[in-house]
Design a protein around this ligand. Sequence first.
Ligand SMILES: *[C@@H]1O[C@H](CO)[C@@H](O)[C@H](O)[C@H]1NC(C)=O
Ligand SMILES: *[C@@H]1O[C@H](CO)[C@@H](O)[C@H](O)[C@H]1NC(C)=O
Ligand SMILES: *[C@@H]1O[C@H](CO)[C@@H](O)[C@H](O)[C@H]1NC(C)=O
Length: 334
Amino acid sequence: MACEGISLRIIASFILGVVATLTLMVFHQTSNFDGDKSLEKLSFSNETVSTVSGFVSAVEEGCRRPRDIIMTSVNWACAKPDSLLDIFLQSFWTGEKIDHFLNHLLIVAFDPQAFERCKLVHHYCYQLKVDVDFTAPQEFLSKGYIELVWGKIELQRYILEEGYNVLFTDVDILWFRNPFKIITVYADMATSCDKYWGDPDAIYNWANTGFYYVKSSNKTIQMMRYWLDARNRFPPHHEQNIFNQIKPDLVDALGLNIQFVDQKYFGSFCEFSSDLNKICTMHANCCVNGLDAKIHDMRNLMEYWKNYTALPKEEKNKGWFTWTKPGHCKIPDN
Ligand SMILES: *[C@@H]1O[C@H](CO)[C@@H](O)[C@H](O)[C@H]1NC(C)=O
Ligand SMILES: *[C@@H]1O[C@H](CO)[C@@H](O)[C@H](O)[C@H]1NC(C)=O
Ligand SMILES: *[C@@H]1O[C@H](CO)[C@@H](O)[C@H](O)[C@H]1NC(C)=O
């Protein structure tokens, strides 16, 4: 997950005030995009239609890959100044010709503070709200968080139904190169991995749903419904665990083509990949000692990346320039 070890108290206090079903607060900030500057409150099922359509039409105007929506999610701990969101956004500017993807990026905020901060730094921000009824604070926190995580999947389903592809990226992922270069045309879904065993089609690879792409089709819409429904058949958990449980069903029953992507391209701190000529994205996961360590190590990789990009092409191609493993993050042994 993107933001381990973060206080969820902020989320908790805001969820308490919310009633009824899943609702979305949408802020549609405009500049060179179309019209309306208002802050709207919309219910998820119906009125999201107009809101998401507004967003995607803006995306279509500005972009070369019009049907792809990139989504990330943040709470205040990730979104506050000098935290993960700032580094994440910066990586689009320091990466190899990938800044135009910012026009496709939808940031889903989990709390009002994150939403406010988002609006200062980005065009497209949505506030996701869920209704959770609790008494005990401990239970409340974890349950509230899980609700939000599933709300995010629900929103993705909706976007797929509207005919748009979704690339979900955790906010603790650095972008270096265009990940679409790696995703094959036959894939209904492409996902990064916690464990990659060498065969991109092998169902036993362990998906990491911190970074995945889903192409809009009837098959993938069914997949999202199945994923959401599966939630009730397993003990309460994050979407990733449940996804890994239902993978065989998705392949067998729906005929879904899942592409598991090598960590060489979609990297992670868990199994660190050191080839800067190949890397597209790097996930600062498996960092068990908190947000500060994570931020430190992400910044550090950015420094390496800047030095790498300053090299002449021939030197890059020789492949001698590499980076060292994250130093502050404690990576769990497995
Ligand atoms: C949602 O849309 C349906 C028709 O599509 C309409 O009957 C219903 O009143 C709408 N709900 C809200 C809350 O506007
Ligand atoms: C889904 O299937 C229906 C008919 O079953 C078809 O009309 C529609 O175009 C399909 N949509 C997509 C996105 O493939
Ligand atoms: C980047 O290059 C500068 C200048 O040569 C050097 O001082 C710095 O240590 C390098 N940083 C990394 C992370 O390689």
